[in-house]
Design a protein around this ligand. Structure first.
Ligand SMILES: NC(=O)c1ccc[n+]([C@@H]2O[C@H](COP(=O)([O-])OP(=O)(O)OC[C@H]3O[C@@H](n4cnc5c(N)ncnc54)[C@H](O)[C@@H]3O)[C@@H](O)[C@H]2O)c1
Length: 241
């Protein structure tokens, strides 16, 4: 074990879904600050302005198996894979076609990436981190596909952890609470909702993308060497109050 448990110098990291200056970008920046070589992807043509010079970027649709496999084929080494790509649309997820699309991106996309990079992670005895959500456990009346997909991501995390433990790969997840990003912009346009979250959260505020980065680096680090299949809540206490 290295002296500094959080030194990622020499590690190759891929953060999937880091293009919109949200949680993925915060995680990517934190890995880079800790010494890692970081690549990011997103559904957009280019990443957020502030990250353009910082990261090598690939436009990648995680519903496109061929594109996912092509990225894996041209990736030489990978130590840490972080699956952040996800969508949700409050109030629109009772439509069957959209429900399927949300599950395709959030759950199947997570699995496609994990499976495509299994060999890379096995070769490096690496680490896979999936981003679940508090809505994996709470009912989400306005986002039923999102909630179902995230519950499945948590369960997939456990299954892959068991399946790949013998390969030396650790598989963990985090479950963020209410975080200020573009994904939550629509719900944050309702001041009553913003205030209700602040009131209901023991720590009295929404989370920032940077709040998610530290626990992800911890799970990927040697400090978490005996942890696999876990899902850490990062929600200011919302889920325990
Ligand atoms: N913001 C929150 O309150 C919150 C709470 C819990 C969990 N999360 C999770 O955190 C992760 C990051 O979300 P965020 O809030 O930073 O949102 P975001 O919208 O900023 O990021 C989502 C990312 O997913 C990418 N993406 C969307 N569709 C894709 C597709 N088909 N193929 C590939 N990439 C695609 C986008 O390009 C973007 O980079 C997501 O998994 C999200 O579900 C967010």
């Amino acid at each position: 074990m290295p002296g500094n448990l959080f030194d990622f110098t020499g590690a190759q990291v891929l953060v999937v879904g880091a293009s919109r200056a949200g949680i993925g970008a915060a995680i990517a920046r934190a890995f880079q600050a800790a010494g890692a070589a970081v690549q990011i992807t997103g559904a957009e043509d280019a990443p957020a302005e502030e990250d353009r010079a910082r990261f090598a970027y690939t436009r990648l649709d995680v519903t496109d198996l061929g594109a996912v496999q092509a990225l894996a084929a041209r990736t030489v080494t990978l130590d840490i894979l972080v699956n952040c790509a996800a969508i949700t649309a409050r109030g629109e997820e009772m439509a069957p076609a959209f429900f399927e699309h949300v599950v395709d991106v959030n759950l199947h996309g997570t699995f496609r990436m994990a499976q495509a990079f299994h060999g890379h992670l096995k070769a490096q005895k690496g680490s896979l981190i999936n981003i679940s959500s508090m809505y994996a456990t709470f009912g989400s009346p306005k986002n039923p596909a999102y909630g179902a997909s995230k519950a499945a991501v948590t369960q997939l995390t456990r299954s892959l952890a068991v399946a790949w433990a013998g390969d030396g790969i650790r598989v963990n997840a985090v479950a963020p609470g209410f975080i200020v990003t573009m994904q939550s912009a629509r719900s944050r346009s309702d001041p009553a909702h913003v205030a209700a979250v602040n009131l209901r959260t023991p720590m009295g505020r929404w989370g920032q993308p940077e709040d998610i980065a530290g626990p992800v680096l911890f799970l990927a680090s040697p400090a978490a060497a005996f942890m696999t299949g876990t899902c850490l809540a990062i929600d200011g206490g919302y889920s325990i109050a």
